[in-house]
Ligand binder design. Structure first.
Ligand SMILES: CC(C)(COP(=O)(O)OP(=O)(O)OC[C@H]1O[C@@H](n2cnc3c(N)ncnc32)[C@H](O)[C@@H]1OP(=O)(O)O)[C@@H](O)C(=O)NCCC(=O)NCCS
Length: 202
């Protein structure tokens, strides 16, 4: 219970402490559903799972966000706009990952598996990450990209299908997009535009 409260508190602060932020409700529902899986008493587990089912339905209808509770999502997850986001149950997502709106992390019809995403990754609006691909720590996925191959740590993947650009600048840990003390959602694009240097992969 204390873990759930602490998770909800973190989600509340990382989503602007606003009850209007759909991302907060989606993440709170996911955390609740996850906790429900660990309840030992069968009746309580069933009741908590039923409550999760209702909340997940309401969240899905209102925001189009589906964070399946079978997916594993690390701490400080940030749904920047909390709109139309699909996360497959087999996804594994690290800590401090930020996701813009209209993003799919799912399977590719022809490839088994779902994405695994390391810590400190940023995924831009409209991106699709499909199949059992691995996105390395601190990588960036550009808006509207289609990622069907692995992305190394610290790299930026751009395009359809995405090609990889490697950063030569600051290490991934310094490029955390959901560090509330330094950044706001509105300035993410500008910070990247002016702050990072990269070279194309040969
Ligand atoms: C991927 C991203 C982080 C790269 O930022 P950056 O490192 O500053 O890169 P630049 O803007 O300098 O662009 C580098 C190159 O990639 C291209 N590029 C950047 N983003 C692209 C995208 N989404 N699709 C296609 N090409 C893109 C640029 O045209 C440029 O090409 P060039 O070298 O031939 O001129 C950024 O472009 C992005 O997509 N951010 C997502 C922002 C978002 O989702 N905003 C939603 C707000 S609601």
């Amino acid at each position: 219970m204390s873990t759930l409260l602490s998770d909800l508190r973190t989600a509340w602060f990382s989503h602007g402490r606003s009850p209007r932020h759909l991302g907060f409700w989606a993440l709170a529902t996911y955390r609740m559903g996850r906790q429900a899986l660990d309840i030992k008493h069968p009746m309580l587990r069933r009741a908590a799972s039923a409550a999760y089912g209702v909340c997940a339905f309401v969240v899905d209808v209102n925001s189009g966000v589906e964070l399946n509770r079978e997916a594993r999502i690390g701490a400080d997850f940030h749904l920047v706009h909390g709109w139309n986001i699909k996360v497959h149950p087999d996804c594994v997502i690290g800590s401090r990952v930020s996701i813009m709106h209209d993003v799919t992390l799912g399977t590719n019809m022809e490839r088994p598996g779902a994405p695994s995403i390391d810590d400190d990754v940023f995924i831009g609006a409209g991106a699709r990450v499909l199949g059992g691909v691995h996105i390395g720590r601190g990588a960036h996925i550009a808006a509207n990209s289609l990622v069907i191959n692995d992305v190394p740590a610290g790299a930026t993947a751009i395009g359809v299908p995405a090609r990889v650009m490697l950063y030569t600048g600051r290490p991934p840990a310094e490029r955390r997009h959901n560090d509330r003390r330094r950044r706001s959602a509105a300035t993410i694009g500008d910070d990247q535009r002016h702050g990072d240097r990269r070279r194309p992969r040969s």
